[in-house]
Design a binder for this molecule. Structure first.
Ligand SMILES: C[S@@+](CC[C@H](N)C(=O)[O-])C[C@H]1O[C@@H](n2cnc3c(N)ncnc32)[C@H](O)[C@@H]1O
Length: 490
């Protein structure tokens, strides 16, 4: 497995592949800028040699430009994203930076680059199990990622093997012609040795389960019966679910509207609507009008289990982008404060409230320091949807599997404990707090709650749907979440 560097480090170079967001820090990846191979469709495939060039020392080969709509181009751009992740960047931020640099990209190019980058990162360990046997030494980045992407694609679409190999070779030829032969050789070997390749993958636990070994070990220890299904579900393309804004429509009305638009959904027990096939938000009837929102079905338990009522003072302490806060307000005329530490993310809460026609107070502040934002009037209910390893949503953010280290979990747990202790002071006696993570690790969940009870004598655990706590592991229907409900003794 490739070694990855510090979390959130930023790439210092100003090469064409780095979004502005990725500049300015220390990149410990072996960085080899690849040229931006964009060109207008009418331009020649190779830049013309300048006049009189024959009399001078030969200059390095001019970069081959690739058509933006081709697979080779998508492979090169996806490899640049993976290189950024390997350097410690957040995939979503790297992607947003890339989109800002390429505002003209057609939907097909966006879709292809995104699918290749996300899919390859979701397939954690699959490429390494094969490449480590076929190559004595990995290529420098991003070229090793050209191979990872090609292997991912070959596994998913074996019938397109010829095109995939051809396009991967074309992509590397455009950026590093000297590597064309090795890329071609490795990929042809993979195609030729299909059955052997499958055996290598099967023999390697990391490749088989598509997660780092420490992650597999933790999950297996905590969930001996469920861990394999959870890892398998957590490696798939994520499901897409809708939440109905009950102030603007009923669930039945929305189902009928979707049906009329040819969009099939299944109604789950908490009224989340699971789409049979995910689709772009812009194609959702009722989205712009605030009748529906996109929210994972597992996240739609939060408002139900918090049970906020009209007139109550409610705090959503870690609120952006505001999905759960909006759900609470859709169901009750509560006096809700949505607190968020990141001002940029706080603006997204405001945008969501505006689209949905909801009224809440959005505040920028640190939940660990109530003295800076709290007016001293206790809250009746608190939603503590704390920052966490996000191990329950890794299929949506597959960079997590590459960037997280086993040691990070203790760091998150300490941060969560600080937030919980601070928030507890702001809860009214008799009030309830719903603790939520999108983690599957005990240290952030069950263990966190056990330690919290040890520190606070006035904590009473309340059952949720008949259980002491609810640990949702990833399934084809929903992401992984943890819920615990606490009451402050009077
Ligand atoms: C899991 S997300 C919340 C998701 C949100 N509840 C929703 O359903 O849309 C956690 C959020 O907490 C914010 N955050 C992290 N540390 C914080 C702190 N100390 N105080 C307040 N917000 C914090 C993060 O910026 C992030 O937006």
């Amino acid at each position: 497995m490739a070694r990855f560097t510090a979390r959130n480090s930023r790439c210092p170079t100003t090469c064409a592949n780095c979004s502005p967001d990725l500049r300015g820090g220390r990149c410990r990846a072996r960085h080899r800028p690849i040229p931006d191979v964009t060109h207008p469709p009418s331009s020649p495939r190779r830049a013309a040699r300048p006049q009189g060039a024959a009399n001078r020392r030969p200059s390095p080969p001019a970069p081959v430009v690739l058509p933006e709509t081709g697979l080779a181009y998508a492979i090169a751009r996806a490899a640049a994203l993976i290189e950024a992740v390997i350097g410690g960047a957040n995939l979503t931020e790297a992607w947003e930076g890339m989109l800002r640099e390429h505002p003209h990209w057609p939907d097909a190019t966006r879709g292809a680059v995104r699918d290749l980058a996300w899919g390859t990162l979701r397939d954690y360990g699959r490429a390494e199990a094969v490449l480590s046997r076929l190559m004595q030494k990995p290529l420098d980045e991003p070229y090793q990622s050209f191979l990872r992407i090609a292997l991912h694609r070959l596994e998913r679409c074996p019938e397109q093997a010829h095109t995939i190999v051809d396009q991967a070779v074309e992509a590397v030829a455009a950026a590093a012609p000297g590597l064309k032969g090795v890329v071609n050789g490795v990929l042809r070997n993979v195609v030729r040795q299909g059955e052997q390749v499958a055996r290598w993958r099967e023999a390697d636990a990391v490749a088989r389960h598509r997660h780092p070994q420490w992650w597999i070990d933790r999950l297996r220890a905590a969930w001996p019966a469920e861990w394999e299904d959870a890892l398998a579900a957590g490696s798939q393309h994520p499901p897409m679910a809708l939440r109905v804004n009950q102030r603007r429509a009923t669930v039945e009305e929305v189902i009928a509207e979707l049906d009329a638009a040819g969009i099939a959904v299944r109604r789950l027990s908490n009224d989340a609507l699971l789409l049979t096939d995910p689709l772009p938000v812009a194609r959702l009837p009722g989205f712009a009008e605030g009748r529906v929102s996109v929210q994972d079905a597992g996240a739609q338990w939060a408002a139900r289990w918090l049970e906020a009522c009209a007139g109550e003072r409610v705090l959503d302490a870690c609120a952006a982008p505001g999905g759960k806060a909006a759900h609470i307000l859709e169901g009750a005329d509560a006096a809700l404060t949505a607190l968020e530490i990141d001002p940029r993310r706080a603006r997204r809460i405001e945008g969501n409230f505006a689209r949905l026609g909801l009224h809440g107070t959005v505040r920028v502040g640190d939940a660990r320091h109530p003295e800076r934002w709290w007016d001293g009037r206790p809250f009746d209910r608190i939603l503590a949807d704390v920052p966490c390893s996000a191990s329950g949503v890794a299929r949506r953010h597959p960079d997590i599997k590459w960037l997280r280290r086993r040691e990070d979990i203790a760091h998150f747990a300490a941060q969560q404990a600080g937030i919980l202790d601070a928030l507890w002071q702001t809860l009214a006696p008799g009030g309830t707090m719903l603790y939520v993570t999108c983690s599957v690790f005990d240290e952030e969940n069950r263990g966190q709650m056990a330690r919290f009870r040890e520190r606070h004598a006035d904590v009473l655990r309340l059952p949720i749907d008949g259980r002491l706590e609810q640990q949702l592991l990833p399934t084809p229907e929903h992401d992984g979440f943890y819920y615990a409900l606490l009451r402050k003794r009077v």
